[in-house]
Design a protein around this ligand. Sequence first.
Ligand code: FE2
Ligand code: FE2
Length: 221
Amino acid sequence: MKILCVADQRSPLVYSTGIKERFKDVDLVLGAGDLPMDYYGYIVSSLNKRLYFVFGNHNLKHYDRLARKSQAFSFDPESVNQHSFGSILATGRVIRDKKTGLIIVGMGGSIDYNHGVNQYTDSQMYLKLFRLIPRLLWNKLIHGRYMDIFLTHSPPRGLNDREDPCHRGFKSFVWFLDRFKPKYMLHGHIHLYERNIPREIQYKNTKIINVFDYYVLEPEL
Ligand SMILES: [Fe+2]
Ligand SMILES: [Fe+2]
């Protein structure tokens, strides 16, 4: 099984006429945030594969439009089960992908550094994660595992993150990994401008991968 993962910027290798040839054996696409919706649309229409995504802290035009449509004073992206451009919003959801059998848990947003859209404190993030627990326990009971892939925008605190206020990860994510042991955590948000910076790190049961630009995952499950 192959999963094409994208985050943070349009990759010239993905956003090209060669996409079909280069990624023809991909089974699924995952978007880890900060990408424009039309990029997802391009990938979905080119590869004709399902794409699950979370929103980051940038490129939120589409997110804003959803917020205005909802006419709510404060907009909660989790309340939207959004299908647009053929892409499926995974934030705040526990998804069992029928075709691959993978259990994917999505959680978008970044740490609150200037009170902008889709930024959260760690306490807020704990609450969001707590809401997923019943479904995760159900999965453990029925499928023998809580989840396979934790798809986020932000990294966990101290793992693949940075020290500046904008790029600090969530402590709550570390707790979540400790407790629910996904095989993989895929995130973006941390831009990698040098090729030799490692993008993978093993943390207990979880391989944490920064999928900045693009990354092809062949999960061993
Ligand atoms: Fe980004
Ligand atoms: Fe970001």
